[in-house]
Design a protein around this ligand. Structure first.
Ligand code: ATP
Length: 212
């Protein structure tokens, strides 16, 4: 069983997230992907952040029709800042026999050295890094500490870690959508209908989110 963990602020979840998860599910043969909204994201400004309950509900609505996807409330149930390493430990304990992969976009991966205990993460799970429209791929995208521990396998076209975990940089077709552009569109009274799933667009309108 190969399980993906897709963490994010999801403020709100959009079709860029869903498309990326769908491509990764197929190309990396994942059986299931958990979308994990951060309750208190340490790296995002609080100003435009709607409550974690709203963000979780939008994730639930967005994945409702896809049996291979589910929303996880684990970071809402934990006190303090939402650190990915703690979330990965949670899934490691919950699914001891599964192969676990943490999924993140290239923009997030390029900042991974700012995350709590990021060097521990490959000891707990694999990493799948997706391309993201608008984020150019640097010649060597690995942080310096990772360059000295990961070894590139040209046959497998992936990096391997002493723990046997792998790190894959995956080119996806992707959609050039960001949550910040969606929030800006809503503030400017523009439609976001083709940028988020219809149920999420309805939820945003019903709860009057992001208008100020
Ligand atoms: P914001 O614009 O508010 O910074 P965002 O659109 O980047 O938000 P996040 O919830 O911060 O959304 O992203 C969660 C994860 O999804 C990150 O790993 C990010 O790289 C990835 N991601 C976000 N949008 C896309 C996209 N359009 N394509 C691929 N990956 C994406």
């Amino acid at each position: 069983m190969h399980v993906g963990i897709f963490g994010g602020t999801f403020n709100p979840i959009h079709l860029g997230h869903i498309r990326s998860a769908e491509e990764i599910r197929q190309t990396c043969a994942l059986d299931h992907i958990y979308f994990v909204p951060a309750a208190r994201p340490p790296h995002k400004a609080a100003g435009e952040l709607v409550s974690s309950r709203h963000r979780l509900r939008m994730v639930e609505l967005a994945v409702a029709d896809e049996p291979a996807f589910s929303a996880s409330a684990v970071e809402l149930e934990r006190a303090g800042p939402s650190y990915s390493v703690d979330t990965i430990r949670h899934f490691r304990a919950m699914l001891p026999a599964a192969s676990l992969s943490f999924i993140l976009g290239l923009d997030a991966f390029l900042a991974i050295q700012t995350w709590k205990d990021y060097r521990t993460i490959p000891w707990l799970c694999n990493l799948i890094v997706t391309s993201r429209p608008g984020t150019p791929r640097p010649r060597c995208p690995l942080p310096v500490d990772f360059q000295s521990v990961f070894c590139y396998d040209p046959g497998l076209r992936m990096y391997t870690h002493p723990s046997q975990s792998t790190l894959v940089l995956r080119e996806i077709s992707g959609l050039d959508i960001s949550a910040s552009a969606i929030r800006r569109d809503i503030r400017n009274a523009r439609s976001v209908r083709s940028l988020v799933p219809p149920a999420v667009a309805a939820y945003i309108a019903d709860h009057d989110l992001y208008r100020r």
